[in-house]
Structures are given as structure tokens and as C-alpha cells.
Design a protein around this ligand. Structure first.
Ligand code: ADE
Length: 236
């Protein structure tokens, strides 16, 4: 999979060379290219923002650098129609389902906005080049799209076949089956007077699987009841 990232703070993404995603890039499974949007600014000061039409606080990202950057990236990737993602608190909320869907794409482009946002015409233009998605990490405001992009690239990247060594570990995670993960324990069997649940030492794999499922349901009911299917049988 190819992923291009456009940002005025490319060094945010240095961390993506570490660990599993770093290995995926070395082995060629993931082709991650982070580019400084200012490369496509056209004045001496490499300006990427300007004051908003109609007035108001803050600055807006100018459309020209975005247009030139997107043209160059899309052109360099050949005939594949990319999915162009703009992280935004005003977008659809990112979930594991979104990550699974995007992990099947051949080419993703992330456009990281800053300031009060990007000139609206950039989204319209981008829709001529590919599928445009505005995606929010959650209902809170970050300073820009960089941290949201890092989170999404990690969540998507680890679903590409071959990135996570043992594919079984992807199946038994929180959110994969719509429930939170069961609790895990390792040695020692007793630590600071806290014992590992007896059941896990029983060797009875069927009973352990049932216990883990119950734990998943209990945790989900307690912490994230919104994830459980609605009970339609109630007449209230
Ligand atoms: N940019 C600013 N806040 C954001 C959020 N919550 N999600 C995605 N991008 C953002």
C-alpha cells in the first residue's frame, strides 16, 4: 500500500519509522511518503495561509499549494484513483471498521490541515482526483491533522497483511468483534498478593474461552454499553 502525507510539520511523522510500521516500510509492504506542503508554496516566504474572506479569527490554508501538491502526488502514482483523507473534527468518526475499509485501498493521501482549516475549494478539487473522506479522531479538537493522521496510519497500517507477525493477535483485540478485549495475565501467578484468576490456571481451554467471553461482555457493559446491540425486546 502507498500512503502519502502532506503536512507543514513533516517531522511529526518521524515516529512512524519505528517498530512494526518501520519494518513494514523496510520490507516494502508499506510505501509511506511524508511531504512538506511548503514545497508547493510559490512565494519567497513559502506562505501556506491567509486571512479568511468574510472576516473572523485565525488564518485559512491557501488552496494553491494543496492543488499543486495533490496534482503531483496523484500523477506520480499512476492510474490508481486514491482515497484522499482530510482529518477534521467536522468529519465522520474513525473506527476499527473505517480502518479495515481503508486497509483495502491501494493509495491513501492524508492532507493535514492547520490553523482554522483549509479553503473549502480544496475538498471539491480533491474529489475530482479521488474519493474524499473527512475523518475525525473523536469529539475533541486537536491543533491540526498530524496527530490524527498518525493514529489512523498506525490503525490502518497494522491491518495490511504481513505487518503484524501473528495475524491471530489481530482477531482477539478490542473492537474486532464489537466487544472490548478480555483481561490478560502473565507470570508470576501471584504478585503483590494479587492472584491470577484460578480459571486461567485450570488448563481447561473450553472453560477458559467461555470465561474470556463473559469478561468481554461484562467489561463492555460496564465501560462501553454503547457498543452492545440495542435490546429490541424491551417494551419501554
Ligand atoms: N483536527 C483537529 N481536531 C481533529 C480531530 N478531532 N480529528 C481529526 N482531525 C482533527
Amino acid at each position: 500500500m502507498r500512503i502519502d502525507v502532506l503536512s507543514i510539520f513533516p517531522s511529526y511523522f518521524d515516529g512512524l519509522t519505528l517498530s512494526l510500521l518501520g519494518k513494514a516500510q523496510q520490507s516494502g509492504i508499506l510505501d509511506l511518503r511524508v511531504r512538506d506542503l511548503r514545497e508547493w508554496a510559490f512565494d519567497r516566504h513559502r506562505t501556506v495561509d491567509d486571512t479568511p474572506y468574510g472576516g473572523g479569527a485565525g488564518m485559512v490554508m491557501k488552496p494553491e499549494p494543496w492543488g499543486a501538491a495533490l496534482d503531483e502526488i496523484v500523477e506520480s502514482a499512476g492510474p490508481v484513483r486514491p482515497t484522499i483523507i482530510f482529518p477534521s473534527p467536522a468529519g465522520e468518526v474513525f473506527t476499527q471498521k473505517t480502518a479495515r475499509e481503508l486497509a483495502n485501498r491501494e493509495h491513501l493521501i492524508f492532507g493535514c490541515g492547520r490553523y482554522e482549516g483549509i479553503d473549502e475549494r480544496v475538498f471539491e478539487y480533491a474529489a475530482e482526483l479521488g474519493e474524499v473522506r473527512l475523518i475525525s479522531l473523536g469529539d475533541y479538537v486537536l491543533n491540526g491533522g498530524e496527530v490524527a493522521t498518525m493514529a489512523m496510519v498506525e490503525a490502518i497500517g497494522r491491518l495490511i497483511p504481513g505487518v503484524v507477525g501473528n495475524p491471530e493477535s489481530l482477531v482477539e483485540e478490542s473492537h474486532e468483534d464489537g466487544l472490548l478485549e478480555y483481561p490478560s495475565y502473565t507470570k508470576p501467578a501471584s504478585w503483590r498478593e494479587r492472584a491470577v484468576p484460578e480459571m486461567l490456571l485450570s488448563g481447561n481451554h473450553g472453560a477458559i474461552a467461555t470465561w474470556r467471553r463473559e469478561q468481554q461482555l461484562e467489561r463492555t457493559r460496564e465501560r462501553r454499553p454503547d457498543l452492545l446491540p440495542k435490546d429490541d425486546s424491551r417494551q419501554d
